[in-house]
Design a protein around this ligand. Structure first.
Ligand code: ATR
Length: 527
């Protein structure tokens, strides 16, 4: 069965820096791509030495600007550079480039012959850096100039449906070695699921901090050159291509090496879905429990796009986040009582060929709260819920289930009232005048607004309230790990916690729903 290889793209301005990157990442990669177009001009003259400087197979690539690279000199000069890379080939293939990337419209028979003669395999590539390529299975038949070439197609999707199409097309490809990539944010799944796509390899970039290091040295080097020097153009291009993950994340968060054609896929959808901890939570669980599954980010502008993608990849468990938690409702055949009560769906599952929605936020919160308080219910506990938005709805539901008496405080008092009436709670406007009510409901204070996420000085939703030290404070925010409010409460002697365990628990509950298997014990897991 095909197991895709991990290729590290090297975009440093000097070979020495590229070698340092290879050293740093060698435990997580199978091969490298030397992006000659990112090298300083004087370094480009030395590329023939590169395969001898490292202990891994290398791809020789000179990417033109029009294909997303930095190379702006003409095709004549590029041909000479390719020839330099292939020159003085030795019978010891490890000392030659293992692959050479030549675009479909580039054809120099003498170079191709030289490559073949010394075992350098040709990757015949087509790039569209601004639009999708759709007729992939047909193109794969016409792109290679001969049957021994690897066909590479890379394009920029405009929507997730362009990526879905790539998976559909990939299934039709037979008997042809291919590298298939959907670039950019929408295409991130194709980087992770290369083995499922049948792609021989996946391209990765060093972590941003290593690229900054590279770039800093590069800037120092280039400041010595004339400001118009060609290599200065490299300055803004630090990563090799948009959407690439780093090899460590690919291996350690996504268990890349264990993914194969049969691996079951789950994921989280939302937009823009910038940073999400869900893949980490779920993938650690699969690894610990020996489940052949992978959990991926699925950025989708609409719920429909996400569900079409899920159908194509046979995804039967899909987590849903902002902004689709409410808007996915019309696409579901059925939803659970709790999702209906909260008015939000964070968990979607395929059951009997129909999409079913539920919500694990309330139960996730309950579990975290029970752990925090060390008691199983909230009888005799007076609870203040600060805020009446999406998070507050899950919290209110859980507090009701646990038997607590609550008052909901919100800037927009109508929203507090509406939510409170649903659960027979009290409500009040979030203002200093109502401090005396807050004092009455202060056994447990649950902060659900987003204010504390900002580093601003006034990032405190209840600045008028003075903690006595007897309150328990649960802030659902987990980034920052300690909000201004938490700090203030702690300094007064209060017990405090943030939303991290809630986040973990809503994920572990989904894990059980998707796989039927209990999540492994959290103790000792690095999440
Ligand atoms: P979420 O889904 O994260 O809960 P939300 O539904 O937009 O996000 O709700 C945000 C909550 O934070 C609301 O209770 C909101 O109060 P309003 O209903 O009055 O908008 C509250 N919030 C946000 N910014 C606030 C601020 N500067 N002061 C007070 N409350 C604020």
């Amino acid at each position: 069965m095909l197991r895709s290889k991990i290729c590290l793209c090297l975009t440093a301005p000097t070979l020495e820096q590229d070698v340092k990157l290879v050293e740093k990442y060698k435990n997580w990669i199978d091969l490298v791509e030397l992006r000659v177009d990112c090298l300083n001009q004087d370094q480009q003259l030395l590329i023939r030495e590169f395969p001898k400087m490292i202990d891994l197979p290398a791809i020789l690539t000179i990417r033109r600007k029009s294909d997303g690279g930095n190379y702006t000199q003409g095709e004549g000069a590029r041909t000479v550079l390719f020839a330099k890379g292939l020159s003085f080939a030795t019978l010891d293939q490890k000392k030659n480039f293992a692959y050479i990337d030549m675009e479909e419209d580039f054809s120099i028979p003498s170079l191709e012959e030289a490559a073949r003669a010394f075992g350098t395999r040709i990757i015949r590539s087509v790039h569209n850096i601004s639009a999708p390529i759709t007729n992939i299975s047909e193109l794969v038949k016409t792109i290679p100039h001969s049957s021994d070439e690897i066909c590479k197609i890379a394009f920029m999707p405009k929507t997730l449906s362009d990526v879905t199409n790539l998976y559909r097309e990939a299934k039709k490809i037979k008997n042809q070695d291919v590298i298939l990539i959907a670039m950019g944010h929408y295409g991130v799944s194709t980087r992770i699921l290369a083995s499922k796509l049948g792609s021989l390899l996946t391209f990765t970039s060093p972590k941003q901090e290593d690229l900054i290091f590279t770039n800093k040295e590069f800037q120092e080097a280039s400041s010595l050159q004339s400001p118009n020097s060609d290599s200065l153009k490299n300055e803004t291009q630090t990563s090799a291509a948009p959407g690439q993950l780093d090899p460590i994340t690919l291996s350690e968060v996504y268990n890349f090496k264990s993914i194969n054609k049969d691996t079951k896929v789950f994921g989280v959808t939302g937009f823009p879905l910038a940073a999400t901890k869900s893949p980490l939570i779920h993938n650690i669980g699969y690894r610990e429990k020996g489940i052949d599954a992978v959990y991926i980010p699925i950025p989708a502008a609409t719920p429909q796009d996400a569900l079409n993608f899920a159908e194509e990849l046979n995804i039967t468990g899909l987590s849903v986040t902002v902004p689709h938690k409410e808007t996915i409702r019309p696409y579901l055949s059925q939803i659970s009582e709790v999702a209906d009560a909260i008015g939000s769906t964070n968990t979607v599952m395929k059951q009997d060929n129909l999409w079913y929605g539920t919500n694990t936020d309330a139960t996730g919160f309950s579990k975290a709260l029970i752990e925090f308080l060390g008691k199983k219910n909230l009888r005799f506990c007076k609870v203040a819920i600060i805020g009446a938005g999406g998070a507050a709805k899950a919290v209110a539901n859980a507090i009701r289930e646990l038997g607590g008496k609550a008052c909901i405080f919100n800037r927009t008092v109508e929203k507090a009232k509406e939510l409170a009436l649903q659960y027979k709670f009290k409500w009040a406007e979030l203002s200093p005048q109502n401090n005396y009510i807050l004092e009455k409901y202060s056994n447990l204070i649950i902060q659900t607004t987003s204010i504390g996420m900002t580093p601003k000085e006034d990032a405190d939703p209840i600045p008028f309230y003075t903690f006595k030290g007897t309150e328990s404070l649960f802030d659902v925010i987990y980034e920052p790990a300690e909000t201004k409010l938490m700090k203030r409460a702690k300094e007064s002697g209060c017990k405090t916690t943030n939303g991290y365990r809630m986040l973990i628990h809503q994920g572990t509950l989904q894990f059980k729903l998707y796989t039927g298997v209990d999540y492994p014990p959290l103790e000792g897991l690095s999440i």
